[in-house]
Ligand binder design. Structure first.
Ligand code: NOJ
Ligand code: CA
Length: 579
């Protein structure tokens, strides 16, 4: 497989990381892989079903991505992360996998996947895939074999099958809830036609949780990783990385009848962030390090405590973990300061780069969220139920937030359409909603479709604004073509140009991977990376002057690098004279 042609920006080790290394272990010299591309990369998330439709059937696909690699390279990102593209009944956006070594028919085939990886590399882009180890689809051959086998069989031991409670076993084994609503258990019918055991599904009932104490399960996933590493994949995003290990006694969590949300804030949680999960990732790291260049991981880990999060990225485990508290924070200086500072400290101690993400396929788009009175991410909620949106305000803040994120040291993630400033689509008709959250919550939650709408590429409405099909799998809002790549490229004041400029500057400046707070107040954050580069973000109502000895490189409110004071919700990047 050819190596990426583009030179990744040289990463440097955070001073604290180099000095301390893994917590409690003597410091060691960084190896070649420690200074790898993944420490400073900007990674673009492709939600394949909605990125670009190469054959006009309404679904994005591999051909669509292959046709847009030049766009991604020109945008200036270092890597792409592609959400699951495997064979799947698609009850949860492909996170319900039937066959991890096959591509869904609507996306292409393994040969096309190999070609995509190869061509991405030729464009200087690394490719991160998405592995789903917590559960398989109930259409997976293993689950079908479990259904056809009796209680206590090795086939059932790959999943969590339990007897129900009560005299006839009609009550679920415990009170755990599915993230999508309702009980996390479903009862099966045994071969003799009688109601039998229950299996665990922490997500949709068609996503059965695997039993990670099974060595067969452990071996199978190493083999799946190897399959794609051998085909040139540069790494994996690990779905539900905190959830693989369950408490062997399956204790109740203490839900109330009307709870819609999964209880998370529970000490010694029986199915989240259990200590035993780390042994799995040490094995995965050994495998990734067998490759040249070494392959990399990013954990999808919704962990609030930065110290607990850091445990996933200590040496000999995963390379990086998503830092969701950053995305969950409101648009508020003190809140963001607290998250950024805690992240930098805990990641430096663990020897890992921090990561930053504002948007993905599971959360409301920032243009919408930041336009509300309460700008914090709301767990499980989205759309009109959260109140009115001032989209102009949301857009101004989303622009400043992007500049803040891209100014921070470490790794940054962009979600497709973020560069276009797409808002959440809040008016998808009920009958078109696909997210299982909608039915599982009995229509009380609309779910995540609003951030998964097919991308607009052209300034005319034809073919779904250039997506490639007139009637895509999710409907686009009217006028979507005005937010298309073509329209945004023509407008010098667009989010698209802000992102491309910021990415170019980020690469050219190649600022040291350390951050020093220059000043902060209840309304302004100001930090430096090295003596020259400074970022200011004004969250307050008062304007903030630009220092007289600084050159303005980029500002979020205009495409002109003026020296005007920074108004509310505005960010600027400055080059300061060397002291
Ligand atoms: C996290 C994924 O990002 C989300 O889309 C999915 O529904 C769950 N994991 C279950 O796989
Ligand atoms: Ca297609």
């Amino acid at each position: 497989m050819p190596e990426p042609a583009k030179n990744p920006p040289a990463g440097t080790i955070l001073p604290a990381a180099a000095a301390i290394g893994e917590r409690g272990r003597p410091a060691s010299e960084p190896t070649a892989s420690d200074v790898g591309w993944w420490r400073t990369a900007v990674i673009y998330q492709i939600y394949i079903r909605s990125f670009a439709d190469g054959n006009g059937d309404g679904f994005g696909d591999i051909a669509g991505i292959r046709g847009r690699l030049s766009y991604l390279a020109a945008l200036g990102v270092d890597a792409i992360w592609i959400t699951p593209w495997y064979a799947s009944p698609n009850n949860d956006g492909g996170y319900d996998v039937r066959d991890y070594r096959a591509i869904a028919d609507e996306y292409g085939d393994v040969r096309q996947a190999e070609l995509l990886i190869e061509e991405a590399h030729q464009h200087g882009l690394r490719v991160i895939l998405d592995v789903v180890p917590n559960h398989t689809s109930t259409e997976h051959p293993w689950f079908q074999a479990a259904l056809a086998s009796p209680p206590g069989s090795p086939q059932r031991a790959r999943y969590h099958f339990r007897h129900g409670r009560g005299a006839d076993g009609a009550i679920a084994p415990n009170d755990w809830r599915s993230t999508f609503g309702g009980s996390a258990w479903r009862r099966v019918t045994e071969a003799d036609g009688r109601p039998g055991e229950w299996y665990l599904h922490l997500f949709d009932p068609t996503q059965a949780d695997l039993n990670w104490s099974s060595t067969e399960v452990q071996q199978e996933y190493l083999d799946i990783l190897r399959f794609w590493f051998d085909r040139g994949a540069d790494g994996f995003r690990i779905d539900v990385a905190t959830g693989l290990v369950k408490h062997p006694d399956y204790p109740d969590l203490g839900y109330r009848e009307d709870d819609l949300l999964v209880l998370t804030d529970v000490p010694n949680h029986p199915h989240r962030d259990r200590d035993e999960v780390h042994a799995i990732y040490r094995g995965w790291r050994r495998l990734a390090d067998e490759y040249e260049p070494p392959r990399v991981f990013v954990a999808e880990a919704w962990v609030a405590d930065p110290q607990r999060l850091a445990r996933y990225v200590e040496q000999a485990q995963l390379h990086t973990a998503f830092n969701f508290p950053f995305l969950q924070s409101g648009w508020q200086a003190e809140e963001l300061f607290t998250v950024i500072d805690a992240t930098l400290r805990s990641m430096a101690l663990a020897g890992a780069p921090p990561t930053w993400v504002l948007s993905n396929h599971d959360v409301e788009r920032t243009v919408t969220r930041y336009g509300r009175a309460d700008t914090r991410k709301q767990q499980g909620r989205s759309g009109h139920e959260l109140g009115p949106v001032d989209e102009a305000l949301g857009r101004r803040r989303a622009r400043a937030a992007l500049m803040l994120m891209l100014a921070l040291p470490g790794v940054a993630y962009l979600y497709q359409g973020e560069e276009l400033g797409l808002p959440e689509h809040m008016d998808i008709p009920d009958e078109r909603i696909q997210d299982p959250i909608w039915t599982r919550s009995g229509g009380r939650r609309r779910g995540r479709d609003g951030c998964r709408v097919p991308l607009p590429w052209t300034a005319t409405p034809d073919d779904g604004a250039g997506f490639g099909s007139a009637d895509p799998w999710l409907p686009q809002p009217a006028g979507w073509e005005r937010l298309s790549v073509e329209s945004r490229q023509r407008d010098p004041d667009s989010m698209y140009h802000l992102v491309t400029c910021a990415l170019r500057l980020r690469r050219e400046l190649d600022a040291p991977q350390e951050l020093e707070w220059a000043s902060r107040s209840r309304t302004v954050l100001r930090f430096r990376r090295g003596p020259e580069f400074e970022c200011i973000v004004n969250f307050g109502a008062e304007s903030v002057p630009v220092a007289a000895d600084a050159a303005v490189l980029l500002r979020s409110d205009t495409s002109e690098a003026t020296r005007d004071p920074l108004g509310p919700d505005t960010a600027a990047w400055l080059r300061r004279a060397r002291p």
